[in-house]
Ligand binder design. Structure first.
Ligand SMILES: [Zn+2]
Length: 139
């Protein structure tokens, strides 16, 4: 029977630095680049530190990243909608809101896709640091 993996909490400063690196599409571990093979795929390993970016996990690993992507898009939608509504009330540009927010909801998930994946990876690396068990193979 295998031993369950222990989770760590390195502190907000370290997590913030890792998430910050991820948000500018750099390696959450070292800040190296490029980590994106193309907009929708990561390199297998970081070219600077060699950490396994896919972490050798199953294909459902990035469901957390997708949840993050959806959440970010919803927050941007809500802030955009309420911001325009409050700022322009009572002459609310309903057409701009209707078409602009629909366009944003189509484009934002695509634009935020790599950032969501890397931020998810950053949080995962923060609480489950690289180890031989999780990252040695990278397969
Ligand atoms: Zn790296």
């Amino acid at each position: 029977m295998s031993e369950p993996e222990r989770l760590a909490w390195p502190g907000l400063r370290v997590v913030g630095r890792m998430v910050g690196r991820a948000m500018i599409t750099r390696c959450p571990n070292c800040g190296g680049k490029p980590v994106l093979r193309d907009w929708f795929h990561l390199h297998e390993r970081c070219p600077a530190c060699g950490i396994a970016l896919e972490r050798g996990e199953e294909s459902d690993y990035y469901i957390g990243g997708m949840l993050l992507n959806i959440t970010l898009c919803f927050v941007i939608f809500a802030v955009g909608f309420w911001g325009v509504l409050i700022v322009t009330y009572p002459r609310v540009p309903w057409d701009v809101l209707q078409y602009g927010l629909v366009a944003a909801m189509v484009l934002l998930p695509v634009l935020l896709y790599p950032i969501s994946r890397l931020v998810w990876l950053a949080v995962d690396l923060a609480v489950r640091p690289q180890s031989e068990k999780t990252d040695a193979d990278g397969d």
